[in-house]
Ligand binder design. Structure first.
Ligand code: NAI
Length: 377
């Protein structure tokens, strides 16, 4: 089988490598020639690493690399079975790629986008045959991350999501189907992990060190502040802002001024040496927090997360199994959020949110209908 990848940056090169390791022939195209050669050297480096860690035999590594071709023109993809686009996150640029691509590939070639924040349905509208178009959202880095979200546009042929799911699973990944909704599954469901943590900090109720400590005590590999510093505040703020705007400014997704200030200052996190933490100084961690503070911080954050996960299922964006798998594989949560909610008791989660709602009189704390129904069971 033959895959075309358009845009050979961080995501495109990783996606190409995944497909090549699964036996597909891969044609990488990028409008920037330097990006094409950089992609080949990054793939070769990544394959060598897998070989040295004995995750891949040297023979399979050589064979996989031999199946990847950097090409100077999209024309080379004429007989591709599928093409995945991974260029800059801009509607106009993506649409013009799809228009050009449809002139080159066969009418049955599947065309996909790796967008993480744009409407798949809006992108599909650029195609003459939108029924063959779909979102295939890999996580960064594609070679290591197990999760892939598969997002049909409203124009997509009804049989395509299952076909894609099979292909992606044959590439060794877990593919979950999601409705075309802002943030899809993970980038929507995970928002409160960041936003409620920042809110607690903005109110002066706990410091980033304390909040990170509390969440790690509950099994998270990184606390929200360390994680935002790791992701980069430019990226994390952009995702929050785009989900908020796309949901018609629903206040539960509202970005925070504290994070905006970091972006404005250029304190983008680890990559700049400073974010919520200052990495030029020795980091002072917390080793104990008062019980009542620990309980209230954890319950606030986890209740917001459970509410969002239940709402996502209630609105038919994905299944119960998918929402729990998505956070375990996409953001490394120690447990699924529905599983967590049931363990804590859904009524307890409702009580926590209702108390916050009555105290603050803010919409962000509203309990979704699905959660009220579950609590009644
Ligand atoms: P990147 O900036 O590393 O790579 C984009 C590549 O596209 C560049 O090499 C650029 O030269 C090329 N390009 C730009 N316009 C082009 C055009 N018209 N034709 C051909 N090539 C073109 O970006 P990255 O991070 O790989 O992201 C690519 C896509 O994947 C975006 O849609 C992004 O939202 C999405 N995505 C990114 C994730 C991430 O964590 N970086 C995670 C999941 C999705």
């Amino acid at each position: 089988m033959k895959l075309g990848v358009i845009g050979s940056g961080a995501m495109g090169s990783g996606i190409g490598q995944v497909a090549a390791m699964a036996g597909w022939e891969v044609y990488l195209y990028d409008s920037n020639p330097e990006a094409r050669s950089r992609a080949l050297s990054q793939i070769s480096e990544s394959i060598n690493k897998l070989v040295s860690k004995q995750k891949l035999t040297p023979e399979l590594g050589v064979a996989a690399f031999g199946r990847i071709y950097a090409c100077e023109q999209m024309q080379t993809m004429a007989d591709a079975d599928m093409v995945i686009e991974a260029i800059v996150e801009q509607v106009a640029a993506k649409k013009s790629v799809f228009e050009a691509l449809e002139q080159v590939v066969s009418p049955t070639c599947i065309i996909a986008t790796n967008t993480s924040s744009l409407s798949v349905t809006a992108l599909a509208s650029a195609l003459q045959h939108p029924e063959r178009f779909i979102g295939i959202h890999f996580f960064n880095p594609p070679v290591l991350m197990k999760l892939v979200e598969v997002i049909p546009a409203i124009q997509t042929d009804a049989t395509l999501p299952m076909r894609i799911q099979k292909i992606i699973e044959s590439w060794g990944k877990t593919a979950l189907i999601a409705k075309d909704t802002p943030g899809f599954i993970v980038n929507k469901v995970a928002r409160p992990f960041y936003s409620e943590a920042i809110r607690i900090y903005e109110e002066g109720l706990a410091s980033p060190q304390e909040i990170d400590f509390i969440m790690m005590q509950h099994g998270f590999k990184m606390g929200p502040f360390a994680l935002m510093d790791f992701i980069g505040h430019d990226v994390n703020y952009f995702v929050t802002e785009s989900v908020w705007k796309a949901f018609y400014y629903d206040s539960k997704y509202k970005p925070s001024l504290a994070q905006l200030k970091l972006v404005e200052a250029g304190y983008l996190g680890r990559k700049k040496g400073r974010g919520f933490y200052d990495y030029s100084q020795e980091l002072v961690s917390v080793s104990a927090v008062e019980d009542s503070l620990s309980k209230s911080v954890f319950m606030r954050i986890i209740s917001m997360l459970v509410n969002e996960a239940v709402d996502t299922v209630y609105l038919g964006i994905c299944t119960e199994e998918a929402v729990d798998l998505a956070v375990k594989l996409g953001v490394n949560y120690p447990k699924g959020l529905l599983e967590w909610g049931h363990e804590l008791g859904m009524q307890q989660v409702v009580n926590t949110l209702d108390e916050l709602y009555h105290f603050y009189h803010e919409e962000r704390y509203r309990v979704c209908a699905g959660l009220r129904n579950l609590a009644k069971l």
